[in-house]
Every structure is written in structure tokens, then in C-alpha cells.
Design a protein. Sequence first.
Lengths: 220, 558
Amino acid sequence: MSGLPLDPSAGGGRFPGFDVMAQSKHWDEVTTSVVVSRLGMPPDIRFFRGTEEATASALCDQLLDQKNPPRVPVVNMVDARLADEQTDGWHYDGMAPDGQSWRDSLAALDEDAMVHSGCPFAEAPWDAQSAILQAVLDLGSKPWHGTPAARIWSLWTRYACTAFYSHPWAWDEIGFPGPAYPRGYKNLGVNEPGGKNNRLEPFEVADARPAQDPLRKGNS
Amino acid sequence: MNSVRDRNESAWLLPAGPGINHRLRADMRHFDDEEEVDVVIVGCGAGGSTMAQRLARAGWSVVAMDAGPFWDPETDWVSDEAGSHHLYWTEPRVIGGADPVPLGSNNSGRGVGGSMVHYAGYAPRFHPSDFRIHSADGVGTDWPIEYTDLKPYYTEIEEELPVSGQDWPWGDPHSYSYSPNPVSGNGDMFLRGALACGITAKVGPVAIANGRFGNRPHCIYRGFCLQGCKVNAKASPLITHIPDALAHGAEVRADSMVTRIEVDERTGKATGVHYNRRGSQRFQRARMVVVAGYSIETPRLLLNSASARFPDGLCNDFDLVGRYLMVQGAPQTAGRFDAEVRMYKAPPPEVSTEEFYETDPTKPYKRGFSIQTVSPLPITWAEHVAAQGHWGAGLRQYMSDYVHWSCLGALCEFLPLPENRVILSSEKDRHGLPVAQFNYSQCDNDKALMRAAQSVMEDILHGAGADEVITIDRYAHLVGGARMGADEHSGVVDGDCRSFAVPNLYITDGSVLPTEGSANPALTIMAVAARAADRLTAGGSGSPADRIPVPVRRGATG
């Protein structure tokens, strides 16, 4: 089960006892070193300057709902990519490359927070931060501080989700076993509800609450 | 020659099991920059590697350059999504237009093997209709060659990859040399839904043998096809064509970024390429230059090779270089089941339908789309979920439901439009060269296909029992940008991939395709390259110097 604090009503604890790292002895060495490095001490902040780090941390906590520790160190992982210029290369015509766009958008978030809460974004209450971000998302393709809001939103979520869902704790939370080389999978096929036609590998764990469809109202 | 091994021994030159043939690489022939080789090839992806193998086999001296590394899958690739970022071309580029297309991840590769290193592995043929869409439907353009011209090469390449699949009923019906792979939860859901909707769906065509092939092992169904196949089960030129090219004396010169093609102003012929290797500017002399840098870098290289004779870019006398670049509309629709689908198990490429490929006269749009299984891993899936506007707690909850989702992807045939193109940006890369700016705007037909494909995918998933469906709009596969045409007013190269402007300059990559169909392009790119090589070497092997063929011209199609 994931070490990340997530309430059962919010999707936590669906794969009791599932532990991705318990299988790491079956992975190839190169992959193991890449994955294990994410569990060690988070990389030092090198890219974000001054208050950018605080703003970026608050933003990443919001985007992945990491209100309480332990957390996946999303901000450190995003920072490391930006410091290394590990981008996808492209940027929109008329918009700065990723690093500068992160800086610009963090400053813009602080501006919004000053108007909204009278303090920098990182110091605003959790719910106020959420409201500020939802307002950015709701703008869609309309401009936010001079750039289409959707492009900024996509920049933030791409980096933050890549960091969070590369972490074994997040895999524990969603039932994904991570690396699969050289072992592979031998039981392919649909696992019907109620344990019929069990196609799980011995190390996979069935969802304890398969009817917890996020959109099905009244689920538990 | 009937036996695959007789014409391409690559799969037998690899070690039994995963890994590379270290001896073959250590013994690789090296040519001197000063030596005028028969051909220098720019780019070792689908088109370039096929050319290298074919021409080396014919006895030509070949130097095949690639800007990226000469991969060793055992040490360079990982069974991990975020750790595979280095498989993509991530040098700077600018995107613009009304519907900008993000680059760098799913649609461009780097290193020997090109983007086939991280493609899913689908290897469908184009349909005969693809070569005549202007005549038949009044859209796009006709090719200067026909399906029948490519057909023998489709068959050859299908055997060399090799391709697995059921008997294929669409386009020109054909069979595959390997039976289909078993399907996983995601493929099963597609088949169930298609059956419920009365839609024919088939397993394949996938460039993963269902069995061993030469020394290449059986697939282990680990699901990381898009991160580079460490197993050597999924075909890419790194293992399907490069080993045989090396065994026949070709040199693969990796980490070599070609920056300019040199053309002799007096003779009008290409004399070689300037390239940057590990910080040194060098020049490789060659009797022939073959460009295979794909749809962004090929036009960029031509535009960056402007000269007094070609002030607007090499081969760009008629302002065609960089134009008519296409992507396929590739919306992905996912469905939620109480059953556990666990789509991360088994290769993402499993099942497809081409039932909607052709123009349906009852519809308001021309041409069509195909539908295939895609099976995003968690990071890509998170992008899918985030695109619905979920974030924070909502995103985490959605993601905790990952094992219950099945995901299909469409490939919608976007039409070739002149303003969808590569131009040079004012921004420079680390070599000081202008980077590519890629502009894209969809036409109404493109948009109509996106919605039609989404609707069919929703029907299939509902038919399989999904209680909820969500869709993300995305784009895949670049083709065009230096297209083939009947004459120099309609294309940069002719049907044999020879440029109209420079007689010893060829382009053999996806950029020469005049239209894209609804098929993943890799097989067609390889078939076009294999045909071009065959035309070049027809009449025996030996030096090509005095044997530049007279181009065969077909009826003009505008």
C-alpha cells in the first residue's frame, strides 16, 4: 500500500499490501538505478530562485493534492528538469521556452495572490490557492497575464504529473507495478469483477473497491 | 530471393536473446572524411536505415550519419516512462499556427533507429485509394506512383520486420507471415465492443513476431514498447536493417549532426555534407547524398543549405520545401469498466479496425480514420485525465482508478495544406543554426474527422460495457514537408525519391509522402525507401557514380 497519505474516500488504499519496490529484485540494473534514485534524497533546488521555490512548491502541492507529508518531492523533480533544460524542445511561437515560462507564471501567480489574498501565493490559505488556480483553469484559451491560460496550465500539469507519476509511491497508489523487464507479464486478459477469470500476476493486487468510479455518485 | 535471411540477415546477426552484436560494431568499417564515398545518408531512422542496408548490400560504400547515439538497448534504455525522455528529439523548435502541434515526444526520434525506437509497432499498409485521393475525392493530391509500385516492397519489409496479424481484409487484402500475438485486457475490450457494434476489428498488424525471429527473442508482453524494446522483440531499424548494413561494410556514424549539404555551383551536383561531430566541424565527401531526417529536420536542413544557386533553400526553387506537412489527428478515447483492464500489460499495439478508412459518400467529410488500441502508461494517462480539467484531489482519485480503464486511439487522415509547413525561425540552436518553426492549422475536414472518430470510439467502448468515456485530442505521426510529385512544380522529389533540382540528391523519409492515409507511416516509409534503393541499384551492384538513373515521369496531376 502506498506510503502517501490519501483518504480512502479520495481513492486511497485501493490496493492493500501492494508494494512496487518489493519486486525490484526482478528488474534490470539500469532501470532499477533510475527508479531507486527517485526514492533517495531529493535533488537540491538549482533552477528556482528566491521566492520562486516557495511559489512552485505550493503550486505543485496543489496540483497533486499533496497537503500533508510524506510527499513525492515534485517541486525538486520539476526543478531538476528545468535546471537540466530537459524539455521536449518545442515552445509556442510568442511564448518563452519552458524555463522562462515557469518563472513568468510563478510571478503571475504571486500577483494574483496579492490581489486575491493580500499575500504571496505560497502564504495564501490552501482554499484560496485552490480558488486562484481554478480561476486560471477556467479561463481556457483566454489570456492570463498575456498568455493563453490553457498553455500555462498544460505546462504546469505536464511537468508536475510527469514527476509525481514517475514515483513508486504513486504507482503503489494506482496499482501499477512499474518496471517489467526482464520478467514481463504472463497473465493477459480482463479480470472480471468479483474475482471471475483472475488474470492477475502473483505480485499484482486486485482493487479492493472496484466500484469506486470517480464519477459514480455515492460511491465509497 | 525467397528467404528473408538471404536478403537481410539482421535478425541472425544479433545475439540470441537481448543485446547487441558488439563484435559487429567493433569491426565496423570507417571511412575517411576525404574519401569520396558512394553515398552519405543523413539520418538512421526508417528511411535512412533501409537505404543503408539496401545500398551496402549492393556493394556501395555507405556512411550513414545520425545526430543521436548508436543505442545499446541493454544499457541505454529503461523499462520506465519518465526515464525514456532521451529517446526523443528535444533540440529547440518553435510551434505556431491556429492549431500548433507539440513535438518532441511521440512524433520524433533521435539516434540510430529513429522514431521507430519508440513507435508503438503498428505496421499497416496504405490502401490503394491513398495514392489517388485527388482523382477520387477532389482533396489533397495524387501520388506520382501507385499502390502496385509499392506492393512488392510492402511484402518484403513486412517479412523483414516481421509483422504479425490476422488476415487483413482492408485496402489490398493480404496476409502476414506471423500469426497474431495474444491480446490483453485492452485488446479484448476493443474486440468485445467492436463485435457489439457490428464493426470488424482485427488483431494486428504489429511489428512484433509472435514467436522467435532469427535470434530475436519472443515478446515478453511487458508493455513498454514506447520506451524502446529492450527485448529485441519489437522491430526498429536498429535491429532490422542496421546489423545487415554493417555486415556489408556500411559505416554508421552516430552523434553527427549534419548542418549543411554542399552543392557544386558549377556542376549542380551535391558533393557531400558538413556535419558537427563532438564539437568538430567536418565535411564528408560523397558521390550521392540521401536525406532522411524526417519531416521537420529534412526541410530544415534543405532550407539551411541555401546558396547562390538556391537562395531560398536547397531544392526550393518552387517554394515547396517544408510545405504540405501533415500530422494525423489522433484523439484517444478511454472507457471505464468495473472489470480490471490493466492496459499496461502487453504491447499497446494489439487490435485495429480500418473499416472507416475510406471515403463514405453518406458523410459530409472526405477520407476517414482507423482505430487502434493504445495503452497509456501512468504519466501519459495522467495527461489524459488532466486534459479533462481534473487536478488536485480529483486527479488523484481518477488516477487511483487506472486499472479499470481501456483506451483506444484513432488516426484521422488530415489533408495536405500548403501553409502547414516548416520555416526557419529567428531562434538559433547550439550549433548557431536557425531552428525549425512548424506551423499547423486544421481545415474543416480535419476537424470533422476528429469528431467522427471520437464518436465511433465512444460507441465501441460503450458497446464493450463502459459506463463512462473521456477523450483527449492529440496528434501523431509527421509526414510530408518535401513531398514527391509528378514534376518540380508539384513536388521536391520524383516518385523514385530523387530531387528534381539536384540529380544526385535523394530524400527517402516520411517527408516525401504526399498524403498520409489513416495508417501509421513507418512501413510505408521503409517501403518507399526500399523501392528507391531498388531503382538506384537496378542492373547490378557496383559504384553508382555514372549510373544516376533517368527519372521516370508519370502523368502530371497538378
